[in-house]
Design a protein around this ligand. Structure first.
Ligand code: FRU
Length: 527
C-alpha cells in the first residue's frame, strides 16, 4: 500500500472518480479515515484533520490526516499533519487558534494553531498502556506541525482518557481555556481548565446519563442562543457513544443545559434517565427508552460529530464520521475507505417549550429549488395530488448525487414511500417511508444493493416525526454511497450508507392508502 506521507504526490483528492466515491463528502485519496479532528477555521480556510491510517485502508497507525476547503463541500487533501511514531498513536482531539499567544508557541501578531490530541501510548513508551493529552503546534497556518517537547500535558494514569475538545471560555472572572474529554469506559465527560494550554486543573465531571451502554467518546461543549435570542443562551454537550446508540452501534447524543465555567448542569427536559439508561428495562436499539434521549442523528452512520472552532460569524458547524464501528473496516470500497458527513450548521430552537438542536447541511447555495417540471406540467398547478400511484423523479444529474427537497401534506394517505437508488425492475432500492399512523419516519436499506459484506449492515432505522400544520418537510441528500435526510427543518436527521448495485438508479415517490398533496418537489445537482 502506498503512503500518503509522501508529500511529493499530488494533493487533490479525486472526488467522484471511483465506484461509490462521493462527490462532495470528504474521503481520503487512498487510505482509511475515521473521526474528524481539530476542525478549525483560519485565514479563509476550513481545516479538517482526521483520524487516518497513512499506510492502509483499515484502522491502525493512527495519525492526523489533513484537508482544507473554502466552502465545506470541496476538499483538498494535504500530507499527514501529525504522524504516529514508535511510542504513540495520535488519537482524536481539537485545534484552537491561540489568539492571545497564551502558550508562547506563536507571537502576539501571528498566533499559533495549537492541537490538543490524545497520545495513545504504545509498549515502547514511558507511559505505556495509558492515554493522555498532548500538544502540537503550527506557526504556518496549519500546514506543518511540531510536537511540544513537554508532552504529555495532562495524564490521569487511565487507559481510556481521550478525545479532548478545547475552547475559550469567557466568564465573569475573565477568559480561560476549557477542555472536555472522556473517561470512555466510565461514561463520564471530564472538564479541565488552563491559562496556557500546558498546565491543566480538574474542574468537574458529568455522567453517566441517558444512553450509557457503550463507551463515551468525542465530546463537545458549546453555547447557542435559543431561537437566536442572545438573552437565552443554552449549552449543548455532545457525547458520542459506541455501541449503544439509538439505531445500533455508534451514534451521537446530546444534552442541553448550563455551563458556569466549571460544571455542566443538564436541563431536566434533556434527561430521559438521569443516572443512565442501563437501569431501565430495555436499552436496545430502537427501543422506547433510547428514543427518549436526544440524538444528533437517528441513522446508522453518523459518529464522532464535533464542531469547528473559530468559525466565522459565530456559526456553529459540525461534521461527523459517516460510518459505524459495527462494520467500519469492511465497507466495500477501495482504495479509500470511509467518508465524513456533510458539514451541518446547528442552531437551537424551542420545541414544546424545550430547547432542541436543529441541523442544516451547508449547501444552501446548491439548493436551486427548481420545481419538478414534468409533474407541474402534468398537473398544471403549483401543487398536485398523488393517489395510489408512483411518480418518477427526474435525475438532476447522472451518477446519483442530488438534493431532493419536498413538502408534502400526507392528507388521507397511510404511507408515503420514496424509493431512492431504485433499479428499474423495482427489486433494489433504499426505502424512506413516512407512516402517518405511527408518526415514524423509516429508512430501510435492506434492499439497497450490497448489504452482505457484514451481517450487521442490512438494517431499518426509524425516528419519531410529528407533522407540522399537517406537513412533512424533507431535504434528502444522496451522494453515491449515502443518504442523509433532514426532516422538519433539521429537527430530526437520519444518515445511512448504502452501496447500490444498480447501474442506472431511479428515484420514485409513491403514496399508499389515500391521497397526499405535494406542495413542493424540487431536485438539484450536488456537484
Ligand atoms: C472514536 C475513537 C476515539 C479515538 C479514535 C481512535 O471513533 O475511538 O475515541 O480517539 O476513535 O481512532
Amino acid at each position: 500500500m502506498s503512503s500518503r506521507l509522501d508529500a511529493a504526490r499530488p494533493e487533490t483528492a479525486p472526488a467522484g472518480t471511483s465506484r461509490f466515491r462521493p462527490a462532495v463528502h470528504f474521503t481520503a485519496r487512498d487510505t482509511w479515515l475515521n473521526d474528524p479532528n481539530g476542525l478549525v477555521f483560519y485565514d479563509g480556510l476550513y481545516h479538517l484533520f482526521f483520524q487516518n491510517n497513512p499506510y492502509g485502508n483499515v484502522w491502525g497507525n493512527m495519525s492526523w490526516g489533513h484537508a482544507t476547503s473554502r466552502d465545506l463541500l470541496h476538499w483538498t487533501e494535504h500530507p499527514v499533519a501529525i504522524a504516529c511514531d514508535e511510542t504513540e498513536d495520535i488519537f482524536s482531539g481539537s485545534v484552537v487558534v491561540d489568539h492571545g499567544n497564551t502558550s508562547g508557541f506563536g507571537t502576539a501578531n501571528e498566533p499559533a494553531l495549537v492541537a490538543i490530541y490524545t497520545s495513545a501510548y504504545k509498549a515502547a513508551a514511558e507511559h505505556s498502556g495509558t492515554q493522555a493529552q498532548s500538544l502540537a503546534y503550527s506557526t504556518d497556518a496549519g500546514m506543518t506541525w511540531r510536537k511540544y517537547e513537554g508532552n504529555p500535558v495532562l495524564t490521569r494514569n487511565s487507559a481510556n482518557f481521550r478525545d479532548p475538545k478545547v475552547f475559550r471560555y469567557q466568564g465573569d472572572q475573565g477568559a480561560c481555556w476549557v477542555m472536555v474529554a472522556v473517561e470512555a469506559q466510565h461514561q463520564k465527560v471530564v472538564f479541565y481548565r488552563s491559562e496556557d494550554l500546558k498546565s491543566w486543573e480538574f474542574l468537574s465531571e458529568f455522567g453517566p446519563a441517558n444512553a450509557d451502554a457503550g463507551e463515551w467518546e468525542c465530546p463537545d461543549l458549546f453555547p447557542l442562543a435559543v431561537n437566536g435570542d442572545p438573552d437565552n443562551i443554552k449549552w449543548v454537550l455532545i457525547v458520542n457513544i459506541n455501541p449503544g446508540a439509538v439505531a445500533g452501534g455508534s451514534g451521537g447524543q446530546y444534552f442541553i443545559g448550563h455551563f458556569d465555567g466549571a460544571r455542566f448542569l443538564p436541563d431536566a427536559g434533556s434527561l430521559a434517565a438521569p443516572a443512565g439508561l442501563a437501569a431501565l428495562p430495555d436499552p436496545q436499539a430502537g427501543s422506547a427508552a433510547l428514543q427518549q434521549c436526544l440524538w444528533l442523528d437517528w441513522g446508522r452512520d453518523c459518529y464522532a460529530s464535533v464542531s469547528f472552532s473559530n468559525a466565522p460569524d459565530d456559526r456553529r458547524i459540525i461534521i461527523g464520521w459517516m460510518n459505524n464501528w459495527d462494520y467500519a473496516n469492511e465497507l466495500p470500497t477501495a482504495p479509500w475507505r470511509s467518508s465524513m458527513t456533510l458539514a451541518r450548521e446547528v442552531r437551537l430552537t424551542a420545541v414544546n417549550g424545550s430547547a432542541r438542536l436543529i441541523q442544516q447541511p451547508v449547501l444552501t447555495e446548491l439548493c436551486a429549488g427548481e420545481e419538478l417540471p414534468t409533474a407541474k406540467d402534468q398537473m398544471n398547478a403549483d401543487t398536485f395530488e398523488l393517489r395510489s400511484s408512483a411518480l418518477r423523479l427526474p435525475d438532476a444529474v447522472p451518477g446519483s448525487a442530488q438534493i431532493i427537497e419536498t413538502e408534502i401534506l400526507p392528507g388521507s394517505a397511510e404511507r408515503l414511500d420514496f424509493r431512492l437508488f431504485g433499479s428499474s425492475d423495482g427489486s433494489e432500492g433504499t426505502i424512506l417511508s413516512y407512516n402517518t399512523t405511527s408518526a415514524q419516519l423509516i429508512l430501510d436499506r435492506r434492499q439497497s444493493g450490497n448489504t452482505c459484506f457484514h451481517g450487521k449492515f442490512a438494517s431499518v432505522e426509524s425516528a419519531p416525526v410529528d407533522l407540522e400544520n399537517g406537513v412533512l418537510k424533507l431535504l434528502i441528500v444522496v451522494d453515491h454511497c449515502s443518504v442523509e435526510v433532514f426532516v422538519q427543518g433539521g429537527k430530526v436527521v437520519l444518515t445511512d450508507l448504502i452501496f447500490p448495485e444498480t447501474e442506472n438508479p431511479e428515484n420514485w415517490l409513491s403514496v399508499e392508502g389515500g391521497s397526499a398533496t405535494i406542495l413542493k418537489l424540487a431536485v438539484s445537482a450536488l456537484t
